[in-house]
Ligand binder design. Structure first.
Ligand code: SAH
Length: 439
């Protein structure tokens, strides 16, 4: 049977959870990432092979090539008839991301990649090798609509959601690099995946859940990474946390709390104006009960903003008796921001106050700061480097410089105020940008 180019009227329509199709619609742009095998579940892959005039098991063969052999090169697919390889690969294994730049530090054991998507959107991923494990930090959106003022990504607004396959492609790329022995320490595998790159994963819910399934499904249907080794980090979108709890996917949930009180959290994490600290934590405890997983509480320590002793005590009070672990992260200042990390002794005291109240706590490793690979720095610097003609974005939000003296600046995204009543609104920050601002 002849192989023709696969065209699906509505990519991924067989499963609302799998398609990249809505990415453009939700972001206000028209572009849709090309459909890819990793957008589809195994049944949909077989159906796609059939629609291409091929036998259904070709879908499984392609899965094995992509998820196990980590290849999308038709020349490697010697178990597929020569005439069918090219068209199958073209239809189901298009290259979604091209590496624009690579940065590394820690003797090559931390590597950041700046990726360019089909429409020019930039996203970043970071590979971090530690003794005994390798963590991939992936982006779930190009940009972010959550507008947290201390986060570089939050200040440029949302460009668009990534498709499931665009998320998976970041992990596959890391897995390839490791398998090829390109990371010092010998050939290896990705053991952990954290959704802590650009974007708010729960604002791109169906595609993130589909990506988690591809990442955790046993080989050859997926990458076979343990579900317990996947962390989804969120600002605290309460309904989505509830939905995630019911997926039967016991991934670790991380909640970016950053303040124990609503007055401050309303400013640091503007979505708090919609879902308050108490509601977010209730959702987190329900998540923990449903999945049996302790929740990570992320807390970026910002000098003189959220690092006071009374806030440590208030945080301990909120968490006492609940299955939580606190990750304290020294703030990684965004360029031009007057906010900075807490003093080391203040951090130690904050940590000790929690520990004395029997709250499990660690100060998070800040790998990658030298390559802007640390929290919140992704793609902002890279974008400035790859588009030298473009203005270097100062650390401003909606035209107002973010200063510690003014933590109450309005939360704006590309000039449009973030309405707390509708934090999940699509990005309406102007026309589609051909070379979108990642940062
Ligand atoms: N949107 C998700 C995931 C992306 S950011 C979330 O907010 O959880 C991953 C973590 O890095 C979050 O806890 C975020 O608050 C934190 N972060 C962002 N910018 C940071 C910065 N400049 N310094 C330290 N942590 C930062």
């Amino acid at each position: 049977m002849p192989v023709q180019k696969l065209t699906l009227a509505e990519p991924g329509q067989a499963s609302a959870e799998s398609g990249p199709g809505q990415a453009g619609a939700e972001s206000g742009t028209t572009g849709r990432p090309p459909l890819h095998l990793a957008d589809l579940d195994p049944g949909e892959r077989r159906a796609a092979a059939e629609r291409l005039g091929q036998q259904r098991f070709r879908g499984d063969q392609l899965s094995r090539h992509y998820f196990v052999r980590l290849t999308d090169d038709p020349d490697d697919m010697t178990d597929v008839p020569a005439a069918a390889r090219g068209p199958l690969a073209e239809a189901l294994l298009p290259r979604l991301l091209s590496a624009e730049q690579e940065f590394s530090c820690d003797q090559g054991q931390t590597r950041k990649t700046l990726w360019r998507a089909f429409d020019g959107a930039y996203v970043e991923s970071v590979l971090m090798r530690y003794p005994g494990r390798v963590t991939m930090c992936v982006s779930s959106q190009a940009g972010c609509g959550m507008a947290c003022p201390f986060c570089a990504t939050g200040q440029a607004g949302l460009t668009r959601n990534l498709s499931a396959a665009e998320i998976v492609a970041q992990v596959v790329a890391g897995a390839r690099t490791l398998a090829a022995g390109e990371v010092p320490g010998g050939p290896g595998r990705v053991s952990n995946v954290v959704f802590m790159g650009m974007g708010e994963p729960l604002a791109n819910y169906p595609r993130v859940v589909a990506a988690v399934r591809r990442i955790t499904d046993p080989a050859p249907d997926g990458l076979g990474i343990s579900r317990r080794a996947v962390t989804v980090s969120t600002v605290g979108l309460v309904p989505a946390i509830g939905r995630l709890a019911s997926e039967g996917l016991p991934v670790r949930l991380a909640v970016s709390l950053h303040a124990p009180d609503d007055a401050l959290r309303d400013q640091l994490v503007p979505v708090n104006r919609r879902w308050k600290v108490a509601e977010v934590l209730d959702a987190a405890w329900e998540y923990a009960a449903a999945t049996g997983r302790r929740v990570s509480i992320e807390y970026a320590l910002i000098r003189d903003i959220n690092d006071q002793a009374w806030r440590a005590e208030a945080l301990a009070g909120l968490l006492a008796g609940h299955p939580a672990h606190v990750n304290l992260i020294p703030l990684n200042p965004t360029p031009g921001s007057k906010w900075t990390a807490s003093e080391p002794d203040v951090m130690r005291e904050f940590e000790q106050r929690l520990a004395l109240r029997c709250i499990p706590v660690t100060v998070r490793d800040t790998r990658g700061t030298e390559i802007d690979g640390a929290c919140g720095q992704l793609a902002a610097a890279g974008r400035a480097e790859v588009t030298p003609a473009g203005p270097l974005r100062p650390a401003t939000a909606g035209g107002a410089e973010v200063t510690p003296a003014d933590p109450l600046r309005p939360a704006t995204v590309g000039g449009a105020e973030v309405t707390p009543a509708d934090p999940l609104r699509p990005a309406t920050a102007g026309p589609p940008r051909p070379a979108p601002a990642g940062g």
